[in-house]
Design a protein around this ligand. Sequence first.
Ligand SMILES: Cc1cc2nc3c(=O)[nH]c(=O)nc-3n(C[C@H](O)[C@H](O)[C@H](O)COP(=O)(O)OP(=O)(O)OC[C@H]3O[C@@H](n4cnc5c(N)ncnc54)[C@H](O)[C@@H]3O)c2cc1C
Length: 337
Amino acid sequence: MGEQPDVELSVSLGAADPDAVRAACQALAPLGTWVAAGGELGPKTTYRVGGRAAVLVTARSEADLVLVAAAAEASRLPVLVVGRGSNLLVADGGFGGIALLLDPAGFGAVTIDSSTVRAGGAVALPTLARQTVDAGLTGLEWAVGVPGSVGGGVRMNAGGHGSDIAHSLRHCRVADLGLRRGAQVEQWGVLDLRYGYRTSAIGLRHVVVDAEFALLPGDRDAGRETIRDIVRWRREHQPGGQNAGSVFTNPPGEPSADSAGWLIETAGCKGRRWGSAMVSPKHANFIQSDSGGSADDVRALMELVRIEVDRVHGITLHTEVRLIGFPPQPSMSGRDL
Ligand SMILES: Cc1cc2nc3c(=O)[nH]c(=O)nc-3n(C[C@H](O)[C@H](O)[C@H](O)COP(=O)(O)OP(=O)(O)OC[C@H]3O[C@@H](n4cnc5c(N)ncnc54)[C@H](O)[C@@H]3O)c2cc1C
């Protein structure tokens, strides 16, 4: 699987063509109050910093996705699917495209039939972990520690504690918002997803509508104990507050290769600050934002860490966090490194 670019979508709110924004809003008009021109996007992420989207729309059904596809085609604006925003950093200057949210009322169902579990794209992974354990199944306990959605997890191949989505996903349904695709829904098997470490074949034009997992019968009490252990481990080893989990992916190599956290810590970056952003003193691969902080400070600190790790270890780190609305090349705004 090829490396994903660090900046996923580089168009800022200021760069959005007003005519294109009008065309998108016109195409989405049947959705009424579920569409907002200039809607707040940053606060919808776990970083809780960053700006607005040119158009923010919430889809309540697959039929609504057809309108979103029409809006994308009419305006040629880029579309960003937003799950629980736990792996996104939106620039202070916002995002000049259509940010699409999935409403849990339409995309939040979980059905369990023997050991087959179907979950909507908007279902929270921790909820799915607990529900499947309560149903006497095993395989998704690890997901209790990942504060994302099923859709975001399927795209990112989220994982932890020795497992990941690819381990138990059977297939998912994907709506294609691409030109002339009209939100056509297709079923993708796990091989179609071409899973790698935190990567998949799901692209920007794809919306994971729902997913089906094949789990195994398990012991309910043992599953609940595992969940308690994972939650305890996370509290002990990871900071709370405003962040998006691990900033950088671990460099490729054997499992024994040095983790991004170790590389950052031994490059002397733990606890480093840049304006309102700080490398967590608890876990060096987490960058925290202060309350009321700036996404551009977080981005600048990411770059500072990357430069230091490269200087000390000769290894280039790549972000796991998806960067939205930033220029492809980071600007340190003239501040001294
Ligand atoms: C405290 C903390 C701990 C974390 N720990 C882990 C961990 O242990 N393991 C791990 O893997 N991750 C971890 N993460 C990161 C994050 O939770 C995962 O990457 C998660 O899968 C992101 O899901 P999301 O719904 O929040 O996606 P978002 O952050 O909203 O989006 C992430 C990407 O997925 C895309 N996307 C979102 N929803 C859909 C959809 N329905 N269809 C298509 N594309 C979609 C977005 O466009 C974007 O490219 C952690 C984050 C935090 C804040």
